[in-house]
Design a binder for this molecule. Structure first.
Ligand code: 8YV
Length: 311
């Protein structure tokens, strides 16, 4: 089988180097030879940037596999892929700890105002006045929206901070030792920190809306390490502006990396650049898994980590 692979997005340089050793790589915006469209049998791309719709699939009739670097695959039209018998893989598990670590980091950062404190010290402001008081983390109430792999890893860390944990999701989990609320609004009304850890996509689009933010209230802090699409960002900016919530720690946004400049002026928000899985160790592990899935495909072996819909 020819080893023609199309890149859906840019990938980390070290992964690109590995890909170049094994495959003939194409970038669909720069395909000059029309035969390439029939030669490509696999796509590879970074989860949060890879977009595959029906039109793209129709251009590549022989694609049978999509390897996603990332756990989220909300840019892929999975139904369209399945209709064509295409198998989609992703990289779950290997990034769970890092994303949960960052969620805790954001809770501490915005609660204790660590980046703001750093700025205060650097600016030389400490000599003139004490820093404003911050918010306690230990012993507070954490609401987890989506108690999947990452949600559970966040809960595990929060338990070490003596936080009282509750969650919402499609249904209550029989084995979860935490209180379940059927809606995000009810959970928000009973949380000091509300962290969202659900997949992106149509099912979760704007699920954190003005009503949920209102329920979180003026002492509540919102944390997002999932996808920008799960929050009505217009409502979020408004809530931060009028202080109807206390603050937010955000790793994900609408239209990354061109995020709404209104965020830059807000003092009650900590912003990170979609860094959840961004450690040397985890990005290497994600690349290894994405490459192993690709190799398994070309070796005609079972794929290692199919997305649930393809299992
Ligand atoms: C990104 C992620 O893939 O795994 C996911 O779903 O969002 C991340 O790990 C990564 O940040 C590259 O953009």
């Amino acid at each position: 089988m020819s080893k023609d692979v199309m890149l859906l997005s840019s990938v980390p340089t070290f992964m690109m180097n590995d890909l170049q050793q094994e495959y003939v790589l194409h970038d669909h915006a720069h395909i000059l030879d029309p035969e390439v469209f029939t030669k490509v049998t696999a796509f590879v791309g970074v989860g949060s940037a890879a977009k595959v719709d029906r039109n793209l699939l129709a251009m590549f009739p022989n694609v049978k596999m999509i390897s996603i670097f990332g756990v989220g695959y909300d840019g892929i039209d999975v139904a369209a892929a399945k209709e064509r018998g295409i198998q989609v893989t992703h990289t779950p598990d290997v990034l769970t700890d890092d994303v949960a670590d960052l969620a805790m980091g954001l809770i501490l950062s915005i609660g204790r105002r660590i980046p703001q404190s750093d700025k205060f010290v650097r600016n030389g402001d400490w000599v003139s006045e004490p820093f404003t008081m911050t918010r306690k983390v230990t012993g507070t109430r954490l609401g987890v929206v989506g108690l999947g792999r990452i949600g559970q890893a966040i809960a595990k860390r929060a338990a070490a901070f003596d936080m009282t944990i509750a969650y919402t999701g499609r249904r209550a989990k029989t084995n979860a030792p935490f209180r379940y609320y059927p809606t995000a609004s009810e959970l928000a009304a009973n949380s000091d920190y509300l962290v969202v850890a659900v997949p992106g996509g149509d099912d979760t689009k704007n699920m954190i809306n003005a009503q949920v933010l209102k329920a979180l209230g003026p002492k509540g802090i919102f944390i997002n390490i999932a996808r920008g699409s799960v929050v009505d960002q217009t409502a979020l900016i408004q809530a931060l502006k009028d202080k109807s919530i206390a603050g937010a720690g955000l790793d994900v946004f609408w239209d990354e990396p061109n995020i709404d400049p209104q965020f830059f002026k807000l003092q009650n928000v900590v912003l990170t650049p979609h860094n959840g899985s961004n450690t040397h160790e985890t990005r290497r592990a994600m690349a290894d898994l994405a490459l192993a899935n690709l190799k398994a495909f070309f070796d005609e072996q079972p794929l290692l980590t199919l997305i649930p819909e393809c299992q």
